[in-house]
Design a protein around this ligand. Structure first.
Ligand SMILES: *[C@@H]1O[C@H](CO)[C@@H](O)[C@H](O)[C@H]1NC(C)=O
Length: 239
């Protein structure tokens, strides 16, 4: 009796630690320690040695950023989600995408987990300073020819596209995202890339930036996130 009581207390203790970690990270209270930039540069996220990620070519390495080209990738994307919080919108979108890969799709087909999960941020005209978020799952190569359709999700086939990329670590908090995006923008000032980004966004104002997350909420170490600014270039760029 005594033993089982103390076991129960111990389990409750473990649970409360876990909850406090989850809650703290969710509300971004750990951001001081967890959101240091990984290094000056950008490196391949460790997750991609374990699960499939889209391949890309590194076109240019800058100070605190890199320019990648993604040739052609396929994504399963939610409809736009209106929210004031990227973290909440990503959670909402990810739950839909998780159902999708668990077999809640028209073919009842299971799909392997991949990385990253993208949250594309666009301004919205709503009254509550909401933004609009599209959350996307990278469709593995084996499923790209015929991705299962599903209610509420769209399959997107990207043309070759360039991305200016900045990495940061830790759990993504709403308060960091704007800061990291601004830092990426600052690091690109007066480069050909920022000119190309402006030009692309001038033509198509829909996407301001995208947050790419490579880890599940249950991984606490070596978390890698990226800010992407996607753009087109007329000429093929190779260093
Ligand atoms: C992308 O396409 C170019 C040109 O066809 C090719 O040289 C390159 O290897 C491709 N890169 C990837 C990552 O598939």
């Amino acid at each position: 009796m005594k033993y089982s009581n103390s076991m129960a207390a111990f389990n409750l203790f473990k649970l409360s630690i876990l909850l406090s970690i989850l809650l703290n990270s969710h509300f971004g209270l750990c951001s001081e320690t967890s959101n240091k930039q990984i290094s000056k540069g950008v490196s391949s996220p460790p997750t991609c040695s374990r699960i499939e990620c889209p391949s890309y070519d590194v076109i240019h390495v800058g100070n605190g950023y890199e320019i990648r080209r993604y040739n052609s990738t396929v994504w399963a994307s939610t409809s736009p989600i209106q929210d004031i919080s990227l973290v909440e919108a990503t959670r909402t979108g990810f739950l839909q995408l998780f159902d999708y890969i668990q077999g809640k799709n028209n073919y009842e087909e299971k799909i392997e987990m991949t990385a990253p999960v993208l949250s594309e941020v666009s301004p919205s005209d709503g009254p509550l300073c909401e933004s609009s978020f599209v959350v996307s799952f990278y469709v593995p190569k084996v499923n790209q020819a015929n991705p299962p359709p599903a209610k509420g999700l769209q399959v997107q086939r990207w043309n070759p596209v360039y991305a200016a990329v900045r990495q940061f670590s830790g759990f993504v908090a709403d308060s960091d995202v704007g800061v990291e995006a601004a830092a990426l923008q600052a690091s690109l000032v007066d480069t050909v890339w920022s000119a190309a980004i402006e030009k692309s966004h001038g033509a198509d104002h829909t996407s301001v930036y995208t947050v790419a997350q490579y880890n599940s909420p249950f991984e606490f170490d070596d978390r890698v996130n990226e800010i992407w600014m996607l753009f087109d270039m007329e000429d093929d760029f190779t260093e």
